[in-house]
Structure formats: structure tokens, C-alpha cells
Design a protein around this ligand. Structure first.
Ligand code: HEM
Length: 243
């Protein structure tokens, strides 16, 4: 089954690869103790690398949005960022699900509640990281700026630095979980095929995302996956009051 089209996959990787670059180049800047692990490390080079990754992180996804299939991206936004009431109940089963025990998957659509919360967290954190990153970059570029010396300027810079570090550390936790689930966990690693090549096994989709599987199988107008009607041709649909 097609899980992600080319634009959706391009957006994910255009966002994810520079993000990992930002993390790797940013950690030794924030935590100097890590610098001794990297031979020949210089903060100047580390910072330049961090800025290049930052530019790629903003420009790459923007280019995909400009040139790609925006409607397909909008469907992912709608599927990922809308959490219906009742969906969160699924989170109670998370420990069972992670342990590979049987779980009630009814009501799980294209993304489960855990993925949705992670997506929302990534989106909000990314906006804050980008804004605070730009502020820190301006201060670094022009240390003599008048506003940076006053109490308001100092508060903005202090908060920006603190939020930038805090969110970096906080984001690492779900990110490590996300990468482990996508590459190692036997229950979910099938999803990586979808993000690399576009398609996933239909049986896996039915088991893990039953709502989405049913929706795709029905097709946009109730037609089957391959355009075949599920009811025999010319059959009269059963009125809802007789079902
Ligand atoms: C080596 C790194 C990564 C791998 C292997 C990876 C893999 C994947 C896969 C397989 C999916 C599709 C899941 C599905 O079919 O339901 C996905 C979705 C997603 N990825 Fe990544 N990803 C990586 C890095 C990142 C990074 C760095 C971010 C952002 C900071 C990110 C954010 C997301 C989001 C928001 C989704 C949609 C919701 C979700 O499935 O959690 N990914 N990723």
C-alpha cells in the first residue's frame, strides 16, 4: 500500500537530515565536555557547520513545499496534527504495544496517538528552536548591537539561550524513540520501507493502522483499492435503516 508519496518522503528527509546535523553540530557547542571526544574540534568550525545545517533545515523543506505536491503534504498535516477525543486512550496501551503484546488497535488511523503527540511536539519545538536560533545567531554576528546591552535585550538573549538548550535536550528523548521504532523495533520497522520507498505491506497496515487501511481500501468514493467496487455492479445499496 502506498503510505507516503515522493513529496511527503522528500519533506521528511529534507527536514530530518539537517535536523540530525544540527543536533550533532550543536551538542558540542552547548556542552563543551563533548568537544574532547572530537579530534581537532574548533568551536568556530562547529558553529559554521551548525549554521549551514540550520539554513538547509529551513530552505530544504521550504523548497519541497514550493516545488512538490502541496495537497499531499496537507493531508499529512491533517492526519498528524488533529487529535480526536478518545484517541488518547490508546496511549494507555503503549507499554503493552512496545512489549509486542496484543493491543486493541481499533480507531487507529494513519498515525497513532503517540505519533500525533510526537509530531505536534516536533512542530512546536522546531518553531521555538528556529526563532531562538536566529536570535542567538544575530547576537553572535553583531555583538555590539545596542538592544543586546539593555535589560530587555539581556532577558531575551538569556531566555533564547535557555530555551534553545532545553528543547534540544528534550527533543532527543522522543527522537531516539522515533529512530529506534523506525529502524529496530520489530513491530514498527516496516514503516521505514514506507518512508524510504513509499509502500508498506498491506497486512502490516491493517494490523497497525486499521482505520487508515480501511479508508485507503475503500478509495475516495467508496471504490476498492484497485478501483473495483466492493458490492457487485448494479446492486442496490442496503438502506441504512435496514442494516
Ligand atoms: C534516521 C532518522 C530517522 C528515521 C529512520 C525516521 C523514520 C521515519 C519513518 C519510518 C516515519 C514514518 C512512520 C509511519 O509510517 O507511520 C517517520 C515519520 C516521521 N518522522 Fe522520522 N525518521 C528519522 C528522523 C526524524 C527526525 C530528525 C524528525 C524530526 C525532528 C522526524 C520526524 C518525523 C515525524 C514528525 C514523522 C510523522 C509522525 C511519526 O511517525 O512519528 N524524523 N520517520
Amino acid at each position: 500500500m502506498v503510505r507516503f508519496n515522493a513529496t511527503q518522503r522528500a519533506f521528511h528527509w529534507a527536514f530530518a537530515i539537517p535536523f540530525l546535523g544540527l543536533l550533532l553540530s550543536g551538542l558540542p557547542l552547548s556542552f563543551p565536555a563533548l568537544r574532547s571526544w572530537i579530534s581537532g574540534y574548533s568551536p568556530q568550525i562547529g558553529l559554521r557547520l551548525h549554521l549551514v545545517c540550520g539554513a538547509a533545515w529551513i530552505l530544504g523543506p521550504a523548497l519541497v513545499v514550493l516545488l512538490g505536491d502541496r495537497r499531499a503534504l496537507a493531508t499529512v498535516v491533517a492526519d498528524l496534527f488533529v487529535v480526536a477525543r478518545g484517541e488518547l486512550a490508546w496511549l494507555r496501551q503503549l507499554p503493552r504495544w512496545l512489549a509486542g503484546l496484543p493491543c486493541e488497535m481499533r480507531g487507529v488511523g494513519r498515525f497513532n496517538a503517540g505519533q500525533k503527540l510526537n509530531g505536534i511536539f516536533v512542530a512546536i519545538s522546531s518553531v521555538v528552536l528556529a526563532i531562538t536560533g536566529v536570535i542567538l545567531w544575530i547576537v553572535w554576528q553583531s555583538p555590539g548591537l545596542v538592544w543586546t546591552g539593555g535589560p530587555v535585550g539581556r532577558t531575551i538573549i538569556g531566555w533564547s539561550r535557555w530555551l534553545h538548550y532545553l528543547l534540544t535536550v528534550l527533543m532527543m528523548v522522543p527522537l531516539l524513540g522515533h529512530i529506534t521504532l523506525a529502524t529496530i523495533h520489530p513491530r514498527t520497522k516496516e514503516s521505514l520501507r514506507g518512508m524510504l520507498f513509499g509502500t508498506v505491506d498491506a497486512t502490516w497496515a491493517k494490523e497497525h493502522h486499521p482505520g487508515w487501511h480501511a479508508e485507503i481500501s475503500r478509495g475516495p468514493s467508496g471504490l476498492g483499492e484497485r478501483g473495483v467496487t466492493e458490492a457487485p455492479p448494479n446492486s442496490v445499496p442496503t438502506p441504512s435503516w435496514e442494516r
